[in-house]
Ligand binder design. Structure first.
Ligand SMILES: Nc1ncnc2c1ncn2[C@@H]1O[C@H](COP(=O)(O)OP(=O)(O)O)[C@@H](O)[C@H]1O
Ligand SMILES: [Mg+2]
Length: 450
């Protein structure tokens, strides 16, 4: 995992959203395990629609802008990175796989770690046969021996057959390929792909919440994800093609103003306005003329759409997860959760304690990156740490595993639609880029499992 004792471990994540593309780079002291954020960059995403890439050239440019911002401000060169992607659709399913681990004619014996890996391997093979989607996560939810009660860790239990239930997240292959290609054309080297729902959860939940149960609702510009976490693992995920862009579009359409002005207006109002302020005027210039709308005008457009997103689209998902028992809290993240009055709106409508989920350890981030829209960005590196600490809980195929190719070079040929830009000076200078070693270790850990 590390090459020299003093060399810090560098981890980097690129979060490709519909409205913004952001990058985080962290450095961890291998001795103290203390992690600090060493760079953040962010740019308006162009060429994206509802989580999908519409115009790859514009996306490449946006990625470059985010990377340039981080490189310039923090004086480093960034190359290796993990991607968080959230296309408009995902295929999320559970599969149970039975693995007879006792050889015929031999007595019952205790389950070993290898048996667990073999059982998961079998589930992955079965899942691959099932569909077209590219599997990006395989999360074991529980094991049972000879149809006994499910447990998280079956090692030591005696029996003949081990069953494992695995949660799979599969994404449209073309969309993942497009994201990887865009990042590589922007000069980065993609080491793995994380689904945005998982990044949001690890970016906004405390360890206690991950253990005791919480639902994370990330409302972005074009898509929203609901992630149910309990007993230290992600247990379910849904993706809805709704987000803050719908609100902006409504304001733009009904007031007949450009989306940029609509975006400004919606951010100026609170979802829980003081009645005394409803007639306040919001003013800007449009084609050289002053344009005036009252707070009430804007709120009348914004509020019903926000209610629809929250209560018609997302609440049923939250309730579904809640019924599964053990839901202690709801955490809202993503840019929309930063709307003024959002907390009052959710506190008024949910009985379960709810909070706004800014990035965990937000104070370690530069002030512009402390908002809840950065939770999923921070979550990429937190996810990597978690996966490193519990490789048996979070399984994410590396590029070779994603494609089934014999080696990484061939995996790249399959995944990347056009060759990436190569050139000198794109490696992380600081800490001499031990990321490669770190990633190799992760990949090996994964290969061992699959
Ligand atoms: N203060 C705010 N008030 C209302 N909406 C906001 C605010 N800040 C961000 N948003 C909305 O949040 C969305 C962007 O969230 P973000 O998580 O950055 O999106 P994505 O990850 O999809 O790029 C946009 O629709 C934007 O209008
Ligand atoms: Mg987001």
């Amino acid at each position: 995992m590390r090459r020299g004792k003093e060399e810090p471990i560098i981890r980097s994540g690129l979060d490709i959203g519909t409205r913004k593309i952001s990058l985080i780079v962290t450095e961890t002291d291998p001795l103290s395990s203390e992690m600090q954020v060493i760079a953040v960059g962010s740019a308006r995403a162009r060429g994206m629609s509802r989580g999908d890439i519409q115009d790859p050239d514009l996306v490449v440019e946006s990625i470059r802008r985010a990377v340039d911002e981080a490189e310039t401000a923090f004086d480093l060169n960034i190359r290796d990175t993990f991607l968080a992607v959230g296309p408009s659709s995902a295929s999320v399913f559970r599969l149970e796989h039975r693995f007879p681990f006792r050889e015929e004619g031999t007595p019952e014996r205790p389950v070993t770690g290898k048996d667990m890996k073999d059982a998961v391997k079998g589930a992955v093979r079965a899942a691959r046969e099932r569909g077209e989607e590219l599997l990006v996560h395989a999360i074991p939810l529980g094991y049972s021996v000879d149809s006994g009660s499910p447990v998280r860790d079956p090692r030591g239990l005696k029996g003949s057959e081990l069953s494992v239930e695995v949660l799979f997240i599969g994404l449209p292959e073309d969309e993942v390929k497009r994201s990887i290609t865009c990042a590589e054309k922007a000069g980065l080297k993609v080491l793995g792909v994380v689904h945005k729902s998982i990044a949001s959860a690890y970016g906004s939940l405390s360890e206690e919440e991950i253990c005791h149960g919480a639902v994370v609702v990330d409302i972005g510009a074009g898509t929203s994800t609901v992630t149910c976490v309990r007993d230290g693992a992600v247990r379910d995920v849904t993706v809805s093609p709704v987000g803050g862009d719908l609100v902006t579009q409504d304001v733009a359409k009904l007031l007949m103003i450009p989306p940029s002005k609509a975006e400004y207006l919606k951010r100026e109002i609170s979802l829980f306005e003081d009645p005394c302020d409803l007639m306040d005027e919001l003013e800007f210039e449009l084609d050289g003329e002053p344009f005036v709308a009252t707070v009430q005008d804007v709120l009348d457009i914004v509020f019903p759409r926000m209610e629809e997103i929250l209560f018609d689209f997302l609440s049923p998902r939250i309730e579904e997860f809640g019924q599964e028992k053990g839901l202690r809290s709801i955490v809202f993240s993503g840019g929309v959760a930063g709307a003024m009055g959002f907390l009052d709106l959710i506190n008024d409508n949910y009985e379960i304690p709810a909070r706004i989920g800014g990035p965990v350890n937000a104070m370690s981030l530069p002030p512009p990156a402390r908002g809840c829209e950065f939770a999923s960005t921070v979550g990429i590196v937190n996810y990597l740490l978690e996966r490193e600490a519990h490789p048996e809980n979070l399984l994410e195929p590396c590029l070779v595993e994603l494609t089934g190719a014999p080696d990484e070079e061939q995996a790249r040929d399959i995944l990347i639609l056009e060759p990436r830009r190569t050139g000198p000076g794109r490696n992380i200078k600081r800490g001499k880029g031990p990321m490669g070693g770190f990633i190799d270790a992760l990949k090996n850990a994964f290969r061992e499992l699959f």
